[in-house]
Design a binder for this molecule. Structure first.
Ligand code: NDP
Length: 326
C-alpha cells in the first residue's frame, strides 16, 4: 500500500472534510507504524467530523480518537512487527493524526498491547466508550460503591451508557438505566438493566434533596440530567461525571455534598496514565460480557462515517459503531 485511505479534515474555517488517499509521508513522527484494522465512532468524533465542536486543532488531520491494528514497523523495543495493539485518547484525532485512517504512526508510550482474550474488533467495540465506562466503575468502586442501593446510568442507550450498564450488571449491581428512547427499553434490559427510568424524570426541576435512591451513578449526559441525579443520591453515594451529551452547564445546590456526603468524581479517559489504563483494560477483559458486544455494535465502512457522525450528535446512535478499515 503506497498510499492508503483516510477521512481527513482539511481545514476548520471554512470547515472541509472528506475521504481521500494519503501518502505515508503525511503521517506524523512516532516510533510505531500501524496497519489500522478498526476504529470506532464516539460522540467526540461526531463533533470533530462535522465541525460542530472545536475538537481538531491542527489541519489537515484524520479524526478518530480510537484505533486497533497490527504493528507494521517499530523503532521501539516494546513493540515488534505483527504485534496487535490498541490506542485510545492521548489527543489522537484531536491534535495527532487519528484512527479513521488505514495507517497511522504513533508514539509507543500511547499504545496498549491488545489484552488476552479480546480481538481487534472487540477492542474497538469497547473503545474509548467502554474504557470510560470501566474508569467510571473503578472510580465508584474506589469510593465504596455498594450493592445495597441501585446504581444509575444516564444516556444509557449510548456508547458509554450501554457499556456501563453491561459492566455494572455483570458485577452484580442493580442497574437503573435512564434513557430518552423508550423504544430501547428491551435492548437495555438485555444488557442487564433491572429498571428503565425515563430521561424526563431526571431533567425536570428537582428539590435540593429528593428521596435517597442511588448508591452510585455513571452520568454520560451532564447538564440538567446531572442536576437531577445529585439530589437523588443516597448518603455517601458517588456520581462519576464523564459526559456532556446533554449540556455542559448545570445548576445545583451544595446540599447533596454537605448533608449526604455525596461525591462528584470527574472521569478523564483521554490522558489517563498508562498504569491505570492497563488495569482498566485488564478489568474489561475480565468483567465485560464480551458476547453482549455483538448486540450493541454496528460495523460500518469508512464511507458511512460522515452521516453517522451527524446522527451520534443527535442521540440517534444506539450502542457502539465500529469502523472497518481493512
Ligand atoms: P453517545 O451519543 O453514544 O451517547 C450519548 C447518549 O446521551 C445518547 O445516546 C442519549 O442516550 C443521551 N443524550 C444525547 N443527547 C441528549 C440530550 N440532549 N439530553 C439528554 N440526553 C442526551 O455518546 P458516547 O457514549 O460516545 O459519549 C457520551 C458522552 O460521554 C459524551 O458527552 C462524550 O463526549 C463523553 N465522553 C467522555 C469521555 C471522558 O473521558 N470523560 C470519554 C468518552 C465519552 P439515551 O438515548 O439513552 O437517552
Amino acid at each position: 500500500m503506497a498510499s492508503f485511505k483516510a477521512l481527513v479534515v482539511e481545514s476548520g474555517d471554512p470547515y472541509q472534510a472528506g475521504i481521500r488517499q494519503v501518502e505515508e509521508e503525511e503521517l506524523p513522527q512516532g516510533e510505531v507504524l500501524i496497519d489500522v484494522a478498526y476504529s470506532s465512532l464516539n460522540y467526540k468524533d461526531g463533533l470533530a467530523i462535522t465541525g460542530a465542536g472545536k475538537v481538531i486543532r491542527s489541519f489537515p488531520l484524520a479524526p478518530g480518537i480510537d484505533l486497533a491494528g497490527t504493528v507494521r514497523e517499530s523503532a521501539s523495543p516494546q513493540y515488534s512487527p505483527g504485534d496487535p495493539v490498541l490506542l485510545t485518547g492521548w489527543g489522537t484525532g484531536e491534535i495527532h493524526w487519528g484512527g479513521l485512517s488505514q495507517r497511522n504512526r504513533v508514539r509507543a508510550e500511547w499504545l496498549v498491547p491488545l489484552p488476552q482474550g479480546i480481538s481487534l474488533w472487540q477492542a474497538m467495540a469497547i473503545g474509548t466508550a467502554g474504557f470510560t465506562a470501566m474508569l467510571s466503575v473503578m472510580a465508584l468502586e474506589e469510593h465504596g460503591l455498594s450493592r445495597e442501593h441501585e446504581t444509575l446510568v444516564t444516556g444509557a442507550a449510548g456508547g458509554v451508557g450501554s457499556l456501563a450498564v453491561a459492566l455494572l450488571a455483570r458485577l452484580g449491581y442493580r442497574v437503573v438505566a435512564s434513557t430518552g428512547r423508550a423504544q430501547e427499553a428491551e435492548y437495555l434490559r438485555s444488557l442487564g438493566a433491572g429498571e428503565i427510568l425515563e430521561r424526563a424524570v431526571l431533567s425536570a426541576p428537582a428539590k435540593p434533596l429528593e428521596s435517597e435512591r442511588f448508591g452510585g451513578a455513571v452520568d454520560t449526559v451532564g447538564g440538567a440530567i446531572l442536576a437531577g441525579v445529585l439530589p437523588r443520591m443516597a448518603r455517601g453515594g458517588s456520581v462519576a461525571a464523564c459526559g456532556n451529551a446533554g449540556g455542559a452547564r448545570f445548576e445545583t445546590t451544595v446540599f447533596p455534598f454537605i448533608l449526604r456526603g455525596v461525591n462528584l468524581l470527574g472521569i478523564d479517559s483521554n490522558f489517563c496514565p498508562q498504569p491505570r489504563r492497563a488495569l482498566a483494560w485488564q478489568r474489561l477483559a475480565r468483567d465485560l460480557p464480551l458476547n453482549l458486544l455483538d448486540s450493541m455494535t454496528q460495523t460500518v465502512p469508512l464511507e458511512a462515517v460522515p452521516q453517522l457522525a451527524q446522527q451520534i450528535l443527535q442521540g440517534q446512535v444506539r450502542g457502539r459503531v465500529v469502523v472497518d478499515l481493512q
